[in-house]
Each structure stands twice: as C-alpha cells, then as structure tokens.
Design a protein around this ligand. Structure first.
Ligand SMILES: *Cc1c(COP(=O)(O)O)cnc(C)c1O
Length: 222
C-alpha cells in the first residue's frame, strides 16, 4: 500500500489555513507507510491499540508524537506512559487516576482529552453531558498533578446526514466553549479533537482544532 501524497498535501493546506492540527491515524497500516508520511513532514500519528502503538513507536523515529485515540484500559496505561503525547479517549476518573500514577512514575505530565458521547449510535464509550460535568468537578477536587486535561474529543454518528453530524459537532463545541470559558476553572482547555476522513470539513466548520484522519491518507482499512 502506498500513501496518498496528494491527499496529504491538500488536506494539510486546508487545515493550516484554519490552524487545525492533523493527527494521521495509522492503525493497521505498516511502519513503511508511516515512515513515508513522516518524510513528507508529518509528526503526529494516532493509534487505537496499545501493543500496536508501542511496537510501531519502537521502530520509528523518536520525534514522532504518538496519540492514543482508542479506548484505554487502566492496566495498559503503563506501556504508554513513558512517551505518549496525548491520550484522547479518557472517560473516567479511575482511568485519569491511573494515568496520573504512571505519569508520576515516569516523571512526566501526560496530556489528556475527555471523550464525550455525541453520536446517536449506542456505544459504551464516552461521557454524556452530566457525566462530563461530574468528572470535571471531581477532577478539580482531586490532586492529580501529573495529568493535564486539555480539552474534549468526540465522534459524530456514522451518517450521510451532514446536518445531523454538524449538530453533534456543534454540541461538542458548545460544551468545549463552556468549560474553556469557565472563570472558576483551573482547566486549560485548548484542544477540541473532532473530525475524521468522512466528516473533517464539517468538524472544522463547527470549530474543531484537531482532526484525526486515516483512510484518506493511508487508504481504506481491510
Ligand atoms: C479509525 C479512527 C479514526 C480515523 O478514521 P478514518 O475514517 O479512517 O479517517 C479517527 N478517530 C478514531 C477514534 C478512530 O478510531
């Protein structure tokens, strides 16, 4: 499989106009493809599985920023803690507490995003609005010095209906703005991770600051 160089350059040009960051989602793709995109200048890559991420990281240049975008189990945090750049899918205080513990062991501060469930599809991952509010409150009352919650992440419904997708992204943006602006909050919200191959333009219109794109760059996954 070859990477799509034209798509990469065109997408980067679009994103840079709006100051939106690209995470290239390389799950299931070989290290050769990641290396090829790296040589075009890409430094941020995203993976969904811990073992796949750590194996690839060991084979690729050390200045890559690795993003974990899957569902992270507490017992696997220790494998990522030495080097992970940003963990996108955090949805419990238990997980944050373990990330904090492993970050402290590694003498690091690990940046995280909280995952909000905005799609209509049923999945057990992601917080609803009330759970998000509660988790942020718990966070402010806890002393987790080695994690930084920098924003929110979400996935829209898998749908052709772009109006529906747009309204889901807009809801996430509204929540992001609410907590970014909250004057009493010690949070420093800066990153709104939303948008994939099929909906990144809609996400950008709704205010995304970071998109996670796989298949447009690396080709469809089998
Ligand atoms: C796989 C995946 C992506 C990328 O999906 P594409 O449709 O290939 O761009 C983005 N975000 C998450 C959380 C993913 O699991």
């Amino acid at each position: 499989m070859a990477i799509n160089k034209e798509a990469y350059q065109q997408i980067q040009a679009e994103l840079q106009q709006k100051n939106v960051k690209l995470v290239a989602v390389s799950k299931t793709k070989p290290v050769e493809d990641i290396q090829a995109l790296y040589e075009l200048g890409q430094r941020d890559f995203g993976e969904n599985y811990v073992q796949e991420l750590t194996e690839k990281a060991s084979l690729l240049p050390s200045d890559i920023h690795w993003h974990f975008i899957g569902h992270l189990q507490s017992n696997k945090v220790k494998y990522l803690a030495p080097f992970v750049h940003l963990i996108h899918g955090v949805d419990s205080l238990k997980l944050l507490t373990e990330i904090n513990r492993q970050a402290a062991k590694n003498n690091r501060i690990i940046d995280c995003l909280l995952q909000v469930h905005i799609a209509t599809e049923e999945t057990k991952f992601g917080l609803n609005e009330a759970e998000l509010a509660m988790l942020l409150e718990e966070l402010q009352n806890s002393e987790l010095k080695n994690v930084r919650v920098l924003g929110l992440m979400g996935m829209a419904s898998f749908s052709e209906d772009l109006e529906k997708v747009k309204s889901e992204f807009s809801l996430l943006k509204k929540l992001f703005d609410k907590y970014a602006a909250s004057p009493s909050s010690p949070l420093s919200f800066q990153i709104l991770s939303m948008g994939m191959s099929g909906d990144y333009r809609v996400a950008m219109e709704a205010g995304s600051t970071l998109v996670r794109i796989g298949s447009l760059l690396f080709g469809a996954r089998s």
